[in-house]
Design a protein around this ligand. Sequence first.
Ligand code: AMP
Ligand code: MG
Length: 355
Amino acid sequence: MRPQLFIRKRPFPAIAAIILVLLLSACAKREEPLYQQQLLTFGTLLEISIWGADKRLAQQASSQIGADLQQMHNDWHAWHDSPLTRMNQALSAGAPVTVPASILPLVQKSVALSRASEGLFNPAIGRLIKLWGFEQDDLPSGPPPSPAAITALTKQQPGMNDLILDGNQLRSTNPAVQLDFGAIAKGYGVDLAIARLRELGIQNAIINAGGNLRAIGKHGDRPWRIGIRNPRGEGVLASIETRGDESILTSGDYERFYDYQGKRYHHIIDPRSGYPATGAISVTVIADDAATADAASTALFVAGPQRWREIAKKLGIMQVMLIDGKGRVAVTPAMAKRVRYEIDLSPKVTVVPLS
Ligand code: AMP
Ligand code: MG
């Protein structure tokens, strides 16, 4: 019998994960050595799939990862009392601060990725994110902030270039800088979770933190297959078979948003205007590590249909799919080779070289 695709149902429907792990169906009578666990941690639904490991080891790995990610969530929290909020207080006072070891790699990676994205990925805009209300667990309901309040923040131009990092000593030359790692932390957490699995001797797995996904190895003798969510409507738009160790992440305007007087206000903010970025509704990227893919998907979302190719080149990202507000799909040639569309999109798809 030919294997069929099925989509695993989520027990937590309130949480909209962007990428669903698709598993080839269990047509075979024997039980497949697939271990799956879903946890609410890290402020999201975490899905762990492990193939071919001893069940007890897989259980141990899952609970370890759940605990690791919860710890990271506590350390990196941008608004509850946390090592990050204490750091932010020092930065706004212009005081030097020792960056905790758990946050240092995030700062270092973010500085480099922000620069490469020309500041479109900009974790220094914590105040703007707070002004919009997207820093909270509960979604805001509007009204949107006043134009004057937005301008007051954007004109101070907080950016990662305002930071001076010397070893683990950090200070900001701009008091408007407030760090919010919402656009990279889940990817980085997924990278650490994969490192933990490898440490435990697990070679075949997927970690999916609310659509921020990294795969290693295979699903038995087949590749893992993952689905990219349809940004408008239920279900899966396209699927991709993973190749060894790689990360696939999507940023979308459907993840966190509210509608106010007929207009959608979502959580991905264009640091230049101070408003939710316009043009794209979903951007999927494939990269080696999930932290880079996470920052890149946010940056390309902000770059939008006009500038995404230029920014992708600067970030060294070759595999991109961008969907615009009219449902048009632009893919790079490298992405086009990977994607299988699950609904008929042919009239809407364009393959666009990066240069
Ligand atoms: P993502 O879902 O990975 O695209 O990240 C979106 C989250 O990152 C938001 O909820 C904000 O916390 C934060 N964020 C929004 N806009 C930006 C931006 N332009 N650069 C960096 N972080 C952002
Ligand atoms: Mg991101």
